[in-house]
Design a protein around this ligand. Sequence first.
Ligand SMILES: NC(=O)c1ccc[n+]([C@@H]2O[C@H](COP(=O)([O-])OP(=O)(O)OC[C@H]3O[C@@H](n4cnc5c(N)ncnc54)[C@H](OP(=O)(O)O)[C@@H]3O)[C@@H](O)[C@H]2O)c1
Length: 220
Amino acid sequence: MNIGIIGAGNAGRTLGSALAKQGYSVMLGSRQPEKLAEWVQIENADNPSIFVGTFSEAAAFGELLIHAITGRKAIEALNLAGETNLDGKVLLDVSLPIDFTEGRMTLFTQTGESLGERIQSAFPGAKVVKVMNHIAAGVMVNPNRVADGDHDLFMCGNDAAAKQAVSTLLTQAFGWKRIYDLGDISAAQATEGLALLASRVASVLGHGMMNFKVSQSTSS
Ligand SMILES: NC(=O)c1ccc[n+]([C@@H]2O[C@H](COP(=O)([O-])OP(=O)(O)OC[C@H]3O[C@@H](n4cnc5c(N)ncnc54)[C@H](OP(=O)(O)O)[C@@H]3O)[C@@H](O)[C@H]2O)c1
C-alpha cells in the first residue's frame, strides 16, 4: 500500500522509516522536500521505498494518509496538500494543538473542541482518525519498547471502516496489541488532553519512552 505522510518532522520521518521497513511505499511531504535528500539516501540504502515530495504530491501518492504537522499550521499545510487529494481517504492524525508560550505545554484549542475536530470540519471528505497523539514517535512505531507492548492506544473518528483500517495498520506494521475505539472525532478532546498528562509524567520520569495502560475490574 502507498502511504502519504504530510509532515516530515520527527514524527513523520519516524513513521515513514518504520513503515518502509515493513514493506509499505511511503512519500513524505514537506514544503522543502530537498532538505530531506540526505536522510532519504541513508534510509533507502537497502530498500528504496521512501520518496519525498510536496504536501500535495505526498497526499496524491497515498492511498492512506498520515498527518504529522505542527498543530498551529495543520490546516494551512492540509490546504497545501489539497482538499481533493484528501477526499475519501483515511487521514491518520497524530498532530497536537500544543503551545509552549507560557513556558509549559498547554493546548491552544478551546474548551469543548479539538484539533482533530477542526481538521475533520475543514476537510469533511477526509476520514480523520485521531490516534497515538500522546506518545513519542519512537513508541508509536515500536510499542514493545515499553513494557513488552503491554499498554494501550486510544483512537477516535467518525468513520468505522477508517478506524478499522488504522487499527489493522498499527497492529500489522508496529505490533500494537490493544486499541480502544473511543467513538467519534469529538473524543479527540480527550486524546489530545491526554498529551498534557503524558508530558507531565515524562517530566517526572525524565524521558518520554512511556505510555498508559487501562486496568479494569474483572467483575463489574
Ligand atoms: N515528535 C513526536 O514524537 C510526536 C509525538 C506525538 C505527537 N506529535 C505531533 O505530531 C506533529 C508533528 O510533530 P513533529 O515532532 O514531527 O514535528 P513538528 O516540528 O511539530 O512539525 C513538523 C512539520 O510541520 C511543518 N510545518 C511547520 N511550519 C509550517 C508552516 N508554516 N506551514 C506548513 N507546514 C509547516 C513542517 O513542514 P516542513 O517540512 O516544510 O518544514 C514539518 O513537516 C505535531 O503536531 C506534534 O505535536 C509528535
